[in-house]
Design a protein around this ligand. Structure first.
Ligand SMILES: [Zn+2]
Length: 744
């Protein structure tokens, strides 16, 4: 059964409390609060233009990494050394450097551990009994002058998940570079804050490794050094650079990593190399190592204890990898708009095999990356790898970890979401630790378009009834979207970082700007800030400048504050009391958020028309009265007839003729059992004390109100039916999804 329909029916009786609010409340709307012109607290600058573009003197530092690392399968220890080449492009000489030691979250005395509430948390290590964190000994600085390079040991101090590296002399502004050599090790937690970890499977452990090497903090023109600790909820803020990573793992492991594999001939069998070549030219998924081969020693090229896998990724803000003897591996070509190719790949254990499961992962990965490349900006990396791990789902450049038990639309959803993150924040490198909505929310939005497009809508979800959803998006327990992830209740993160900002973009696209103008503006934002560090203002300003629209009222109501919307029809009358001369309609904005208006009018003869009004009517009015031309009496006037706006009170959205016109219906002709091939349930229509009652198999009976002309509705449920004139069938409209049912 279609999940969506069952949810619609089940949700009918959990409607918002506003249903009872029949009494007229005074309006909370203040048009100066909504449209006042003090929105931006700073003007444009040399680094960030008022137009939302990077400024003419925009700068950004960079960090290139060469990392050699060893995986010990038994002890779960990762140990290695790295050389970072850090370039200071800022106009400031830097007296010291700050680095991020994310693994220190798993130390017993970490700040992140201290803030886990008694009821537990998704963040941290789920109470695993171990003391994680980095072991770091010496740090050496490398200075290069021509061909000469000198090395000096330096001092450092570690404060929770941050490390301050002292410099003997300041790092020069405008291009000074320094090498930083660090030996490090840590034991991997099994559950690493839902972002990395170790999964036990039948054929061996799956290591999904991330936040695994000490890395540079970002020095920027906004905060200088960004030194917020890693507490768990807030994700990452990282510099771009090139990563050369050499991973030494047991030789029976397959290793996958962000970027290109540089030495396939050393780590794959001849047969596997041939299959990989075939995959590079195939739109169908090609098996590289099959389920049957996983346990065969012949599926590995050597019996030496270890093998070293070499990877390289450029223009990247991070690198992650996975390693396991349990991996099945398959792959297919990704076709990019420029004609370039990439490769989609999946690594998963036998536990995840199945056409309803991971056997379709590569197909999903390919479709997702191809869609986003075409719609927004071309995928930049040589491979896109989906790894089955014990995370819910987590994103890294060129590689993502999705839950090994995910299936069907959930596996599509998580794969599509994690690869959508390549665009936010891997390409558009916003500060996730401060502004989760700029990556999760924007990503959730592009996921909705990708899901609509995938395989002719195989996993498409219908439109939501926004009146019913309004209580989810705006309620007294929610902080504003603009809040940083460590500053809001963990239970609110899903709404505030993902769904509400995504819905904000949907409203902008569908109700305010229109798809064309919105898509152009979002594309501009992605292009302007690709591989850079945008702030919220850079986003707001770009959308306004490219679309040519003042949207401060919208940013203020939906993103900065948590304002409610309640549009109402307060009065309908006729010019000179004569319907043939036109109708005078009064509407009111009852809550703090303004929005444009759509009104639907139905006349006595059944004619339906619409009228739209721009948001500007609310710029100096709390109520607005306007005339519509009519030639006959109105039966019904509805504001927001598509349930497209998060209107908190549906009960005041409709006016109905009070003279009973057309509302006295003989119900007998309608009664019966109705069905449709594409609708999963039979619907029985019966009568109870003069009211038409609709009952779907196994669902509660719904009393419907007569709208006249064979139309019946249950407004608060966003449900209406319209019988044909012969009364042999009806159109069922549930929150915008329409089905044709016929009498049996
Ligand atoms: Zn996400």
């Amino acid at each position: 059964m279609n999940k969506y329909i069952s949810i619609l029916f089940c949700g009918l009786f959990f409607l918002s409390s506003s249903l009872n609010a029949q009494e007229k409340e005074p309006s909370n709307y203040n048009y100066n609060d909504a449209f006042g012109h003090d929105f931006y607290s700073k003007n444009g600058s040399e680094t960030r233009s008022a137009s939302g573009k990077p400024g003419h003197a925009y700068w950004q530092n960079s960090a290139d990494y060469v990392i050699d690392v060893n995986l010990n399968e038994t002890t779960k220890e990762i140990s290695g050394s790295e050389i970072i080449t850090y370039t200071n492009n800022s106009p400031d000489a830097l007296d010291f450097l700050w680095m991020q030691l994310d693994q220190n979250l798993f130390k017993l005395d970490s700040r992140g551990k201290a803030i886990v509430p008694l009821r537990g948390s998704r963040n941290g290590d789920k109470g695993q009994d171990f003391d994680g964190g980095y072991g770091i000994n010496t740090i050496t600085l490398i200075y290069k002058k021509g061909r000469r390079s000198t090395e000096v040991n330096t001092t450092y101090s570690i404060i929770d998940t941050r490390m301050k590296v002292n410099l003997p002399s300041a790092l020069e502004a405008n291009g000074g570079t320094v090498g930083i050599k660090i030996d490090f090790s840590f034991t991997s937690p099994d559950y690493g804050s839902d972002r990395m970890g170790v999964l036990e499977t039948k054929n061996g452990r799956i290591f999904t490794l991330a936040q695994w090497y000490p890395r540079m903090s970002v020095y920027d023109d906004v905060s200088g050094w960004n030194t917020l600790p890693y507490l768990g909820a807030g994700e990452f803020y990282l510099e771009y650079g090139t990563f050369d990573v050499n991973i030494t793992a047991p030789s029976n492991h397959l290793v996958v990593c962000s970027g290109a594999l540089l030495n396939p001939s050393e780590v794959y069998t001849k047969e596997q190399q041939n299959r990989l070549k075939r995959a590079e030219n195939s739109d169908e998924t090609v098996m590289i190592r099959s389920e049957a081969e996983v346990t065969q020693p012949s599926s590995r090229p050597t019996s030496t204890p270890t093998l070293t896998w070499k990877f390289r990724i450029e223009n990247s803000r991070d690198v992650a990898w996975a390693s396991s003897a349990a991996f099945i591996l398959d792959a297919a070509r990704i076709n990019l708009p420029s004609g370039k190719k990439s490769i989609a790949m999946s690594a998963y254990p036998v536990e995840s095999v199945g056409q309803d499961a991971w056997s379709r992962s590569t197909e999903y990965t390919k479709a997702s990356v191809e869609h986003y490349s075409k719609k927004w900006l071309e995928y930049p990396y040589p491979a896109a790898i989906n790894v089955a791990g014990n995370e819910g789902g987590m994103e890294y450049p060129g590689i993502v970890f999705c839950n090994y038990e995910s299936k069907t639309e959930r596996l599509w959803g998580v794969t599509d979401h994690e690869f959508g993150h390549i665009w936010f924040p891997m390409i558009v490198g916003s500060n996730e630790r401060l502004h989760a909505w700029m990556d999760e929310g924007f990503n959730t939005f592009i996921n909705s378009l990708s899901t609509e497009a995938f395989n002719n809508g195989e996993y498409e979800e219908g439109k939501s009834n926004m009146h019913r959803m309004s209580g989810v998006f705006v309620n007294d327990r929610l902080e504003p979207i603009y809040t940083s992830p460590d500053n809001l209740k963990e239970r609110n993160l899903g709404v505030l970082a993902y769904y509400k900002p995504s819905m904000g973009l949907v409203l902008l696209r569908e109700q305010i700007l229109g798809p064309e103008r919105f898509d152009e503006a979002l594309t501009a934002y992605i292009n302007r800030w690709a591989y850079k560090h945008p702030t919220p203002d850079d986003f707001f300003r770009t959308i306004e400048n490219v679309a040519g629209e003042d949207l401060r009222w919208f940013w203020r109501g939906w993103f900065i504050n948590s304002w409610k919307l309640d549009q109402a029809i307060t009065e309908v009358k006729y010019v000179n009391n004569d319907p043939t001369q036109g109708a005078i309609i009064t509407i009111e904005n009852l809550e703090k958020m303004p929005m444009p208006v759509v009104i639907e009018l139905k006349t006595k003869s059944g004619k339906v028309t619409r009228k739209t009004l721009p948001v500007e009517i609310w710029k100096r009015n709390v109520t607005w009265t306007f005339k519509v031309d009519t030639t006959e009496a109105l039966l019904k006037v509805v504001i927001d007839p598509d349930f497209a706006l998060p209107d908190v009170d549906s009960s005041n959205n409709k006016w109905k003729a009070s003279d009973g016109t057309g509302s006295v219906e003989i119900l007998t002709g309608y009664l019966g059992v109705y069905s449709a091939p594409e609708f999963p349930m039979k619907i029985t229509v019966s009568e109870n004390s003069g009211t038409l009652v609709l009952e779907a198999d196994g669902q509660p009976a719904l009393p419907l109100e007569s709208e006249g002309g064979g139309e019946f509705s249950m407004e608060e449920a966003g449900l209406s039916i319209q019988f044909n004139t012969e009364k042999t069938g009806f159109k069922l409209d549930i929150g915008g999804q329409v089905f044709d049912l016929t009498k049996e």
